[in-house]
Design a protein around this ligand. Structure first.
Ligand code: AMP
Length: 378
């Protein structure tokens, strides 16, 4: 999928809305931070066991906002998310894997649909996970570097089998199905992007129309539904959004291979880089692997995270942070204005607290408070 997009707003970081309550001379503790004033407070109330817990105005607004977003996702289709003009780079399954890397880098993209030209069929989606699998293969069979050089994209499934990775069939969706369905399928399969596949009326063959990402969907929501997202006034701490326990982290001096291993073990797409005081310095993302193995330079995987991060493209947008006191409303505002792929949750001293992925936000928007089987049959 072509990830080159119009440049968004200029802000580079999400300001921590809940700034530290600085201890200044003359102030008696405790005193409140600015956002506490803005957040409507629920009145303390004695609740009897027989009486259902009443909802606070802020809860009601939150539910109304989520309902608005869900209705929107059910009315809009995946087609609607596509920009008026876009390019789609599809790679032939017969291409050498090492050549595919150069094509992605030259075109500034991080994934592409694959085409089986022998059978005229869509053959899946090439993503950074496939390159991580090739790296794992190289690590497990270091004497086979010559073979690794000769691998083609059509060999990716064999590589998965050789390293014992469970092969997941690429899920796709018809472009005119509701956007809710595309989101739901992505969340079910833990995919961060989904190909839009149509059937050609004349030939009856599959046609890849485009690929949409969680990033693009959340941007679409943020840009078009401010009337709903502005109702999401609860903080991410209140709605327990994101991951705060068993965080996978790394240091600047760790090797790229160690971080790749962390991503595989935890099934995550990014690892925050911290110093010895738990202060967040950067984030190593799965896509950062791509420049590391450009030209078959697998030895570079032994280099450090710090060295690898210097290979990022010049237009890299930076990493985004938020605090647990930020409301989902303000997170959507940042998504609207910037190119956010995840947020690192930090405290007021910029120490790591958690990770907030786009999948966490999407899951909350689609399913929070719902019961039963969320996912439509594939
Ligand atoms: P992602 O791979 O970014 O879609 O995230 C998948 C899930 O893993 C989400 O629930 C995230 O909150 C969580 N997650 C993301 N990064 C980390 C990390 N470094 N350590 C632990 N969990 C994470």
């Amino acid at each position: 999928m072509d990830e080159v997009e119009p440049k968004d707003g200029a802000d580079s970081r999400l300001p921590a809305s809940n700034a530290a309550a600085n201890i200044r001379p003359g102030h008696a503790l405790p005193f409140v931070a600015p956002s506490s004033y803005l957040r409507p407070k629920t009145k303390p109330r004695t609740i009897s066991m027989s009486e259902p817990t009443p909802m606070s105005p802020i809860d009601e607004e939150q539910i109304q906002g989520l309902k608005g977003l869900r209705d929107f996702l059910k009315k809009r289709t995946s087609y609607d998310v596509l920009p008026l003009s876009f390019r789609l780079i599809v790679l032939d399954n017969d291409l050498l894997i090492k050549k595919s890397l150069n094509i992605l880098i030259q075109n500034g993209i991080v994934s592409a649909p694959l085409w089986d030209s022998q059978n005229s069929r869509f053959a899946g989606l090439l993503t950074s996970t496939d390159y991580i699998n090739v790296i794992q293969y190289y690590c497990q069979f270091p004497n086979e570097l010559d073979n690794v050089e000769k691998f083609r994209l059509s060999n990716l499934r064999e590589i998965e089998k050789a390293i014992g990775v469970h092969t997941i069939e690429t899920v796709s969706v018809h472009p005119s199905r509701p956007l809710f369905e595309a989101c739901s399928r992505m969340l079910k399969s833990r995919a961060r992007r989904i190909p839009l596949v149509d059937i050609d009326d004349e030939t009856g063959r599959e046609t890849v129309v485009s690929v949409i990402t969680q990033y693009r969907i959340l941007k679409f929501i943020a840009v078009n539904t401010e009337q709903h997202t502005s109702l999401l006034k609860k903080t991410i701490q209140e709605i327990r959004l994101g991951t705060y326990k068993n965080l996978a982290t790394c240091k600047m001096t760790d090797s790229v291979l160690d971080v790749i291993n962390l991503m595989v073990v935890h099934n995550i797409s990014a690892v925050p880089v911290i110093d010895k005081n738990n202060t967040v310095l950067n984030v190593f993302e799965a896509v950062d692997v791509i420049p590391c193995i450009k030209g078959g330079a697998y030895d570079e995987l032994k280099s450090t995270v710090g060295e690898a991060l210097t290979k990022r493209p010049e237009d890299f947008q930076g990493i985004y942070t938020c605090t647990e006191g930020d409301r989902l409303e303000s997170i959507f505002q940042t998504i609207r204005q910037s190119r956010v792929h995840r947020l690192v949750v930090v405290d007021d001293d910029h120490k790591l607290r958690g990770m907030l992925s786009l999948s966490d936000i999407l899951k909350y928007v689609l399913f929070h408070g719902e019961e039963g089987d969320y996912f439509p049959p594939s």
